[in-house]
Design a protein around this ligand. Sequence first.
Ligand SMILES: NC(=O)C1=CN([C@@H]2O[C@H](COP(=O)(O)OP(=O)(O)OC[C@H]3O[C@@H](n4cnc5c(N)ncnc54)[C@H](O)[C@@H]3O)[C@@H](O)[C@H]2O)C=CC1
Ligand SMILES: O=C(O)[C@@H]1CCC=N1
Length: 274
Amino acid sequence: MSAVSSGPGRLLLVGGGNMGGAMLRGWVDFGLPADDLHVVDPQPGEALRALIAEGRLRHSTTVPTSPFDVVVLAVKPQVMGDILPNLAPALTPETLVISVAAGKTIAFIAATLGERPIVRAMPNTPALIGRGITGCFANPLVTPALRDKAEALLSASGAVVWVEAEADIDAVTAVSGSGPAYVFHLTEALAAAGEAMGLAPDLAMTLARHTVAGAGELMIQSPEAPAQLRRNVTSPNGTTQAALDVLMAEDGLGPLMRHAVTAARDRARELSKD
Ligand SMILES: NC(=O)C1=CN([C@@H]2O[C@H](COP(=O)(O)OP(=O)(O)OC[C@H]3O[C@@H](n4cnc5c(N)ncnc54)[C@H](O)[C@@H]3O)[C@@H](O)[C@H]2O)C=CC1
Ligand SMILES: O=C(O)[C@@H]1CCC=N1
């Protein structure tokens, strides 16, 4: 994190919504000075409005005319095409562009912004509490120093991993970019199952939330693999085994998850064509 504290230079974030806002929180908490952090968003949401009110960053509704060292694109993929032509005043040939937009390729971005250092990054919303993970791909114009800068910035949101093939970003999107939603839905489904067995809704949700959160934390803190942690819960012929016989059946969670994650990956591929 020292690179962020010592300054990545001037950073422009385009789009301070759910994802941009979550990354912003990490940059603010890690001490990026307000004068070096500028957000363009014509309709700032609640989180961004709070940071603006606290004086933690600069904000405008259009792209500023001064150049930036790093420009992070966090608008919806569908509006990327409208945004890119407006960015010229904020760019120098050395500006590092980081895009978190699902599906939008480096070639798509370079077609408007020109050949330049570009990183495609796929973060996730646990970034809001510094517990995200970001998968990244850098084009060949990203020097080792720029890669370090990107990694320092993105690690303000949690872990950072790099992939060697740009196409893998679509799979990263499907696994970890969208992944928090699967876990939240699992929590909803677990609570609903408890409710269906007669537990009060609040109690069922409390049990489900703490179970998912506790199991998640255990997976991070324990040296044991998830499969072993699962075995540790499963007494032979006990209650867990009865449930896992359903979840691990041929038509259980495994194929369903593969089906769902493949749908997300395929949608990322489609977004590249919009
Ligand atoms: N939400 C998530 O969990 C993740 C989202 N992403 C990517 O992040 C990007 C943003 O997604 P969200 O934050 O979920 O969407 P969002 O709708 O919450 O945020 C988008 C923001 O862009 C702003 N905006 C719209 N037009 C603009 C313009 N012309 N100039 C500047 N800002 C503009 C909106 O006012 C809004 O605040 C997408 O490309 C998505 O694929 C990536 C990883 C995870
Ligand atoms: O749903 C989406 O398209 C974005 C990308 C990953 C998470 N949210």
